[in-house]
Design a protein around this ligand. Structure first.
Ligand code: SF4
Length: 985
């Protein structure tokens, strides 16, 4: 009898997906020791069983022929791809020698930078123990404007920090969100909105993904979101459609701001002797503690204080600013590329939903002032935003503007509005401050390298004013660079500016290609030599699981495992998976042992920590504190009782949040599907910034240190402190050349200004905006070696509005040059209607360097794919002015301007940098990238132990093409649900 439904698996293990950054729970089915099928974990709080295309295709990443197989030592020139395989002992000894020499002399000469690393609380802690201030991950490159704008305004932000109230929202405004951000949760949420008939408005220059399913698409010009938002603010203020009760109780609207032009206290809050901000009480005609319950605060008009000082309430300053005619829809419409009537209508619609369709939950709660509320009032307008608005030189203020709009509507953590995800909200301004000053030989830093400055005194400047960090974060160039500046690292290290480094140590950061704003310059810098023939950057260590473009530029390559072969923790100390209902965290467990000579990077860092005898890594007798990263996850305590994981703490596993390490903690996670979650009581679920029950529970769980109200900041005093320094006040002041700049961009109320690149000379020569989008099926550069995902995208086009193309005489499928100030790239065109007419765009990171990722030299990714980064620069106008937000240093990817010209010649993209040679140990890619084929070829031996012959090489399918391989394919595994009797681990 034929078994039509044979068991797919003999074992099923739960773990956490890492095919993008969303951290969905998955169940991995294995048969005969091989992965056969991945499905979403229906119990998991992030994805509730939903799995995207990338997640399903994780099998093909795991068995990818691009996996590195053994440590490599460079034998030829950098970039040549000439390596020899070495044993781990030699690799670790060499790394420990280089790093040990640095630590004993000048620890800052190590720069440890990671990419989309989900262990930053560990890698950052390692850097601190080493003693280098030069640590950062990918945030400055991605969305630090979102994080900084949010944390300094409302004590939280979007994505990991907050969510629309999907169950109750009646109106969602979504700004610049790519399809890969918060991917499955947003898809689930939008489905809920649609089912309920809520309105979903997407603001994005490009109508793809979420925008394509929105009820209304607003295709504004890139970089004008902030102006659009401030025009909405103008309309709401003019129509008196704001929530004054919310503003007075929960924001600093009534706090008094000193008016003392050119004085040292101008623009600061009026405070009492204890430092408490004061508001004017109309009942007593006195300035009193702004948190006094029952006071009658004055929110408009000038106030003469008893000591003779003049002051204005924050709300007065805000209304004065945004009621100005320059924010009226009629004035901003042309700049934004949106009709004034549309702006007015959106303002009217959100006011109508917030105030005429308010929600009232019959849920009593008590606020931090002790007031009992019988219901929870909700303003069901939610907002969500991401890198599309933040990757501009005006991104920080745009993010602040959105939060001000939310506050004016009373739509922060109320039923139906945007909600904090645990462990947020956090106090404002956020802490702790950045450490890094006084880096000394053989000494750890006093704190973590990255932090949150409260004013000029927290800048990382040496006594002579020179930068402490190699990327110049926390200097007057970018004072609030709280995620560092990965994009300046290689250029600064090459220039020895502000000082030379000895070793670049990078982890899963593809900085020779798509994680660089200028890959051509990055590779030149990495290969440039001194007159004596030595490299300008003496040592480069790179850790990655795959043969990415950066591998060839390393001296020492430390091969990482795939995400299915190792332990990880998605920690509340890092980027958590909490929800508005409560905190949550999760782990990865190895579902399969490595079949190559590779090691998890975190284990490698622990081993190096021991060899270097770093504090925290060795005991007094010199023995290792942690045997492995798994041991660290279970036993490390960052503070007494607080460790990487919050579930099942305490010796017997009965504590949550705070408790002693539990030797069985990881097993408890595995038994629970590799995650832990906690639910706050219903009375604690909204108004968390001022909800006594929530704040007490959060403190008990170790999420925050204080139960004090977190007052939302319409007006940001830390920004004003930087401004005062620029006006000549305080001990730390900017140089004369920076003063105007700081004065302009550190406005305590949100401002809008045109993106920097638009303000450069000869703007008319570059009339079009050029931006990238990220597709649902690809994440960064990670998936072009993935046989299944390559069938969806293996090359990218430049998308142009049909009308714009017609005016330029460009036809569909034609080839063009996209020319910027920095260079030109040749690409193929696709015409469409759903794009702002002044904007061209393409998918990000589909284009690949020839040979990289073990693709064939003529793979479509290299032949027809291109990278917009090839015409971007980290510096503007050929000079040293950063192409970055002046407040946070966020890379301004989306400020790019181009012109389009028809191209002749072969149907291939250009420039096409030289072929990267496969390093030793990497087999040639198979022509057919199918499951069974790649599974064998990626390993070194066949399943019967024989060496596989190198198969011919080839590529995948093109974007929308019908190309198929002529070689026979093995059938892919048949996806079947879990069967009864299968073991789940
Ligand atoms: S969204 Fe997809 S790729 Fe990302 S973690 Fe979830 S399942 Fe994995």
């Amino acid at each position: 009898m034929i078994d039509t439904s044979p068991p797919i698996a003999d074992t099923t293990k739960t773990t956490t997906c890492y095919m993008c950054a969303c951290r969905c729970g998955i169940r991995v089915h294995l048969k005969d020791g091989r992965i056969r099928y991945i499905e979403g974990n229906p119990d998991h709080p992030v994805n509730k069983g939903v799995l995207c295309g990338k997640g399903s295709a994780g099998i093909m990443n795991h068995y990818s022929p691009a996996r590195l197989t053994k440590p490599l030592l460079r034998t030829g020139e950098r970039g040549s791809g000439d390596f020899k395989e070495i044993e781990w002992e030699e690799a670790l000894s060499l790394a420990a020698k280089w790093l040990g020499d640095i630590r004993a002399t000048e620890p800052r000469k190590l720069a440890l930078f990671t990419g989309r690393d989900q262990s930053q609380s560990f890698t950052g802690w390692w850097a601190k123990q080493f003693g280098t201030p030069n640590f950062a991950a990918h945030g400055g490159f991605c969305s630090v404007n979102m994080a900084a704008g949010g944390l300094y305004s409302v004590g939280g932000s979007f994505w990991e920090f907050g969510d629309p109230d999907w169950e109750r929202t009646k109106y969602l405004l979504m700004f610049g969100v790519a399809e890969d951000h918060d991917s499955n949760p947003i898809k689930l949420g939008i489905a809920k909105l649609k089912a309920r008939g809520a309105k979903f408005v997407s603001i994005n220059p490009v109508k793809t993904g979420y925008s394509a399913v929105a009820d209304e698409w607003i295709g504004l010009r890139p970089g004008t979101d902030g102006l659009f938002v401030l025009s909405l603010v103008h309309e709401l203020l003019a129509a008196d459609r704001i929530d004054l009760d919310f503003l007075v109780r929960y924001t600093n609207a009534a706090w008094l701001v000193i008016r003392n032009p050119s004085g040292a206290n101008d623009g600061l809050f009026v405070r009492d002797e204890e430092g408490k901000p004061l508001a004017w009480d109309r009942a007593t005609s006195a300035a009193i503690d702004a948190a006094t319950p029952g006071m009658q605060p004055q929110i408009a008009g000038e106030i003469l204080l008893r000591d003779g000082r003049r002051a204005f309430p924050v709300f007065h300053l805000l209304a004065e600013r945004y009621l100005d005619g320059r924010y009226s829809p009629d004035v901003v419409a042309d700049t934004c590329g949106i009709p004034a009537a549309t702006i007015r209508r959106i303002a009217h619609e959100i006011a109508d939903v917030a105030f005429e369709q308010a929600i009232e939950l019959a849920q009593p709660w008590t606020d931090t002032a002790g007031r009992r509320h019988e219901t929870m009032l909700g303003r069901p307008v939610a907002m969500h935003a991401m890198r599309g608005i933040s990757a501009h030189t005006n991104g920080f203020h745009t993010c602040r503007a959105i939060h001000v709009l939310q506050m004016l509507l009373g739509a922060i953590d109320t039923p139906g509005s945007w909600r904090y995800k645990s462990p947020y909200p956090r106090p404002i301004p956020p802490g702790p401050q950045p450490a890094g000053k006084g880096s000394k030989p053989n000494t750890m830093l006093p704190g973590m390298a990255l932090g949150n400055p409260r004013g000029p005194e927290d800048l990382l400047l040496n006594d002579d004013g020179s930068p402490v960090r190699i990327d110049k974060a926390y200097t007057w160039d970018t004072p609030m660079a709280m995620h560092g500046l990965m994009h300046t690292l290689i250029a600064n290290a090459h220039a020895g500016d502000p000082y030379p480094v000895d070793t670049l140590f990078m982890y899963m950061a593809n900085m020779a290609w798509n994680s660089s704003m200028n890959p051509g310059e990055a590779t030149r810098n990495l290969t440039d030599k001194n007159a004596d023939g030595s490299y300008r950057i003496p040592h480069v260590i790179y850790a990655d699981a795959f043969f990415s473009e950066t591998v060839a530029y390393a001296d020492l390559v430390l091969p990482d495992t795939t995400y299915l072969e190792r332990w990880d923790c998605i920690s509340l100390l890092d980027r958590p998976i909490g929800s508005p209902e409560g905190p949550a965290d999760s782990i990865r467990q190895p579902v399969i042992p490595p079949d190559r000579d590779v090691r998890p990077f975190q284990d490698v860092l622990i081993e190096l920590g021991v060899r270097l005898k770093l504090p925290g890594f060795v005991k007094d007798d010199g023995k290792a504190v942690y045997r492995s990263y798994a041991d660290y996850i279970a036993n490390h305590e960052r503070r007494p009782g607080i460790g990487p994981l919050s579930g099942w703490r305490g010796a017997d596993g009965t504590s949550e949040g705070v408790g002693a390490p539990n030797p069985d903690q990881l097993q408890r996670y595995i038994a629970n599907g590799c995650f832990w979650q906690y639910h706050h009581k219903p009375e604690a679920l909204y108004y968390k910034h001022a909800n006594a029950a929530y704040l007490e529970d959060a403190k008990r769980l170790g999420l925050i240190d204080s139960t004090a109200q977190i007052v939302l900041q319409l007006y940001s005093e830390p920004l004003q402190k930087f401004r005062l320094a620029a006006e000549g006040h305080g001990a730390v002041q900017p140089p004369a050349s920076q003063r105007d700049r700081i004065r302009q961009y550190f406005d305590p109320l949100p401002i809008w200004y045109p993106p920097f690149e638009q303000s450069l000379p000869e703007q008319a020569a570059y009339p079009l905006h050029a931006i990238t989008q990220r597709p649902m099926a690809m994440y960064h550069a990670w998936h072009s070696q993935n046989a299944w995902l390559r069938q969806i995208y293996s090359y990218n086009r430049l998308y142009i509005h049909r009308g714009t193309a017609a005016a330029l005489g460009i036809e569909d499928d034609g080839w063009v040059w996209a020319i910027s100030r920095h260079g030109r790239v040749k690409c193929q065109v696709k015409l469409m209607e759903g794009v702002n007419p002044d904007t061209v765009w393409t998918w990000n990171a589909i284009g690949k360097r020839r040979g990289a990722w073990n693709l064939s030299d003529d793979a479509p990714e290299a032949k027809r794919g291109f990278l917009l980064n090839q015409v971007i620069s980290e510096f503007l106008d050929g000079g040293r002015q950063l192409n970055a937000d002046p407040v946070t240093g966020q890379a301004a990817w989306y400020d790019l301007r181009v012109r389009i010209e028809k191209a002749d010649g072969p149907a291939e993209t250009a420039p096409r940098p030289g072929v990267l040679h496969r390093p030793a140990g990497l087999r040639a890619a198979p022509r057919t990238l199918a499951y069974a084929v790649t599974a064998m070829v990626a390993g070194r031996k066949t399943e019967d132990g024989k060496q596989t012959p190198p198969p011919p090489v080839g590529g995948g399918r093109g974007e929308g093409s019908k190309q198929t391989s002529s070689a026979p394919t093995s059938p892919p595994p048949v996806p079947l649900p879990q069967r009864e009797g299968e073991k789940v681990q």
